[in-house]
Write a protein that binds this ligand. Structure first.
Ligand code: PEP
Ligand code: MG
Length: 814
């Protein structure tokens, strides 16, 4: 058990079917992996029922584990037992009677709904709550729909109470608090013993663990949000949420950034003139040009079992829980797969775990209402709640319906769309709305393109289509639904148009343009993969800035020659504590493994300044932009740096070349000390006989003007330097990079920057050192050409800037 909670409370789940107990355990464990949760279900021979012996064993083991793992002397540790049916309760009671009295006093049998109770108990126990508090959380877990709704739409009373803490910040990530960030928020908040709400200042906030309620607030980029926290961990939770928001919920560097849609403005179609007759105009959501015939994707309403009759609500609740669990398991599999599909599956998992959805369905279960009907009604309520909002909130309505159908499918309802994949190959598929789950199937069926009446550019379906290079135009309006099957069309997703039944010469010319476009894209892809070479034959390394495995994959796909900046802190950003050496080594190894042997520059932890990690107790002043941040923080916490250096060297073993680099270096003495610590870590690992690889080069970032001005001295200590132009700009211009009030002074391309860069590059080259630039400046084609002209050896940038920068260098380098 990890350190942290003062009391330790374990959970035993007793059910009549082993799979049910195990399923609930899986669900609860996902939200509170550190809590000891044991599942015991079925009879000893695998039948339906309960086993006295198995329950006794599970409870005894859990009580012992709780006693051993606890740092609590108050006796508040113990075990909460939850069960599915009354007869399980009877067996569990019998078990308690046979325990020795010491143990009996530490076990509470709690009458609570199994699924919600387990989730509530687990998340409460994870926060370090005592036995009575965990039991109470389980008991109170069941909230009828009306109350659940109320809980989401008004600030909890305790947050208005004395002791509640609040803070405001501005949303920075382009899509605002949509489903994926809301899921990250819910996961983070569950780590704390605190009630947290998020909303606009002055309005009641949404419970931060309710993904749908948060999404429904429609909080977009630029919106000021107020976060209120109450409870034992209020301050820590508040700081963690603010830090997560300020990091853009991990979405600031998305490989395929989604432009912010302005629904109040006209659709950004190709030309402002009204479309020609026979042309429907929408928004290009995934680019491309396609000539094909139309096939409709017609979706029928799910055929639900009739209401009435005699249903057992408890049995229906279990069926529903099992179906939700099955869908959750499928999503978990996809979430582990990487790429945009993985992120979306993760967001869907979080929506599915939203208590409002399941509680809403369970409140509708009665003798006349089976699970399918109750679930579907709850889904439609949630869908309509979201659909009533502005984009991109309304776009999430489709996700809820998609998820709802998946659970219906798991309950045995036929939810397949009317068109089979084999019918749509090479066609332009027309649909009123496209679900995320349709997109993968349509891609596999090799459809030529997709034309959607509604939808949006920031919808998950559109994101997935872009990932698959599947041309898609959305918002074509209801007229597109009148285009008959078999009609020839030109789908031009470059400017968001659909030409319906054009004359043959126009079709022929569009076919030719489509062939030319395909050839051009192929050429750009091949060229991006090649190295850029100067006229004198020396190569320019165009590399990528990455923060995790998905970005590393995107970097390779975009044609990165190497990774010029691996921001290690992004691996830890949503964690309540820093991972240990083994975990860090494994996670870094996973990133390096994506690079196919390409070299990677790993930057040691860069915290402080604009990066306030929840795992560390960082003070905005002490660790602020001019404070103890970057390498300064690492020197002040030698164990932390040592652990990380050891993890990086271990991760490097068996992969391509790894270079190590320190952030926020000011003096040559700091550079020397860093290098010595790297040597020390390597020496330790060698002495222990642990497998590791020595970094091929050790370098520092130049982000502080002083370092640029004494680059000759710094270069005497290291093998390479890499300019962090983002921070260098803020220090040269004395304009905080996060402060909009001085945003006009934050100019990476200011002449002052170019003069300083000139000094730095000249000194580095005179010392024979490799010099790179890895801030945003490197990803701007004009600046990239100028930097290489000055003698910079390497430019490192966000992956999707690579093809453009390579093309600019090729055409403009003399
Ligand atoms: C920089 O400062 O330019 C840089 C690349 O580092 P970060 O943006 O992570 O601070
Ligand atoms: Mg920096």
């Amino acid at each position: 058990m990890p350190e942290g909670p003062v009391a330790q409370v374990g959970i035993v789940l007793v059910a009549h079917v082993a799979a049910l107990a195990e399923g609930v355990r899986t669900l609860a464990a996902q939200m509170a992996p550190e809590v000891d949760i044991r599942a015991v279900g079925g009879t000893g021979d695998g039948g339906v029922g309960t086993s006295f012996d198995a329950i006794l064993d599970a409870i005894q083991e859990a009580v012992t584990a709780a006693g051993e793992g606890s740092q609590d002397s108050s006796g508040d540790s113990g075990v909460v037992v939850l069960y599915d049916l009354g007869s399980a309760q009877l067996t569990a009671e019998l078990v308690l009677e046979t325990l020795d009295p010491d143990h009996t006093a530490r076990v509470l049998l709690v009458d609570a709904p199994l699924v919600e109770g387990a989730v509530a108990a687990a998340t409460t126990a994870a926060g370090g709550a005592g036995l009575a508090e965990v039991a109470a959380a389980a008991r109170e877990a069941y909230t009828p729909a009306a109350e659940a709704g109320a809980a989401e739409t008004s600030e909890p009373a305790e947050n208005r109470a004395e002791g509640a803490v609040r803070a405001r910040t501005t949303l920075r990530n382009s899509a605002g608090l949509h489903a994926r960030p809301a899921a990250a928020l819910a996961r983070l908040v569950r780590e704390y013993d605190a009630r947290v709400t998020v909303g606009r200042p002055g309005e009641p906030g949404a419970d931060a663990t309710g993904v749908l309620a948060v999404v429904a607030r429609g909080l977009r980029v630029g919106a000021e949000i107020e976060v209120v926290a109450a409870g034992a961990d209020a301050r820590a939770a508040l700081d963690a949420v603010i830090a997560l928001a300020d990091e853009g919920f991990g979405e600031l560097d998305e490989t395929a950034p989604v432009p912010v849609e302005q629904p109040d403005q006209p659709a950004p179609a190709g030309s402002p003139e009204p479309p020609e007759p026979g042309t429907l105009r929408g928004i290009g959501a995934s680019t491309g040009l396609v000539v094909a015939t139309v096939r409709h994707l017609r979706r029928t309403e799910p055929r639900l079992p009739s209401t009435g009759g005699a249903h057992d609500p408890a049995a229906e609740r279990r069926r529903l829980a099992a179906a939700v669990d099955r869908v959750n398991t499928e999503l978990a599999g996809r979430a582990a797969g990487g790429g945009s599909g993985a992120d979306i599956a993760g967001a869907h998992q979080a929506m599915l775990a939203d208590p409002a959805l399941l509680a809403g369905a369970e409140a509708k279960l009665d003798a006349a209402t089976p699970a399918e009907v109750a679930w579907w009604r709850s889904v439609l309520e949630a869908r309509d709640l979201l659909a009533g909002g502005a984009d991109p909130v309304a776009e999430r309505a489709v996700d809820v319906e998609d998820l709802g159908r998946a659970v219906l499918g798991a309950l045995g309802v036929d939810v397949r769309p009317s068109v089979r994949p084999e019918d749509v190959a090479h066609a332009v598929v027309v649909a009123e709305e496209v679900f995320p789950s349709d997109v993968a199937a349509l891609g596999e069926a090799e459809v030529a393109g997709v034309a959607v009446a509604r939808g949006g550019r920031t919808s998950h379906a559109a994101i997935l289509a872009r990932g698959l290079d599947l041309p898609m135009v959305v918002r074509l309006g209801p007229d597109v639904l009148d285009v008959a099957d078999g009609t020839p069309v030109i789908l031009d997703a470059r400017n968001g148009e659909l030409r319906v039944d054009p004359p043959e010469p126009e079709l022929a010319s569009a076919r030719q343009s489509a062939r030319d476009l395909a050839a051009e894209r192929e050429r750009a892809r091949t060229e991006a993969a090649g190295t850029v070479v100067r006229a004198d034959g020396t190569p320019v390394t165009v590399s990528a800035n990455v923060g995790g495995p998905a970005e590393a994959r995107a970097a390779v796909a975009a044609g990165a020659d190497a990774v010029g900046l691996l921001r290690t802190e992004l691996l830890y950003v949503d964690r309540p504590r820093l991972p240990g050496e083994d975990e860090q080594a494994a996670e870094l190894g996973a990133v390096l493994a994506e690079l196919g042997g390409r070299r990677a520059v790993v930057r040691t932890l860069d915290v402080g300044g604009d990066k306030l990690l929840p795992a560390l107790d960082l003070d905005p002043w002490r660790h602020g932009p001019l404070g103890e941040r970057g390498l300064r923080y690492a020197f002040a916490h030698p164990d932390l740096l040592r652990t990380q250096l050891r993890a990086v060297l271990r991760a490097a073993y068996g992969h391509g070349e790894v270079w190590l680099m320190a952030p926020m270096v000011t003096t040559a003495a700091e550079a020397r000390r860093f290098r010595l610590l790297v040597e020390e870590a390597a020496g330790e690992l060698a002495a222990e006989g642990t497998a590791f690889a020595r970094p091929a080069m050790v370098g520092v970032m130049v982000e502080v003007p002083a370092a640029a001005l004494v680059a000759d001295r710094i270069c005497a200590e290291v093998d390479f330097v890499s300019v962090g132009s983002n921070d260098l700009t803020q220090y040269v211009m004395a304009a905080d990079r996060t402060n909009d009030a001085v945003g006009d002074l934050y100019q990476p391309g200011h002449e002052a920057m170019w003069r300083l860069l000139g000094t730095l590059v000249e000194a580095s080259r005179a010392a024979g050192r490799h010099v790179a630039v890895c801030g945003e400046l490197a990803g701007e084609p004009d600046a990239a050409v100028r930097l290489v002209g000055m003698g910079v050896d390497e430019l490192s940038m966000t992956p999707n800037a690579i093809p453009g920068v390579k093309a600019a260098l090729r055409s403009r380098l003399s």
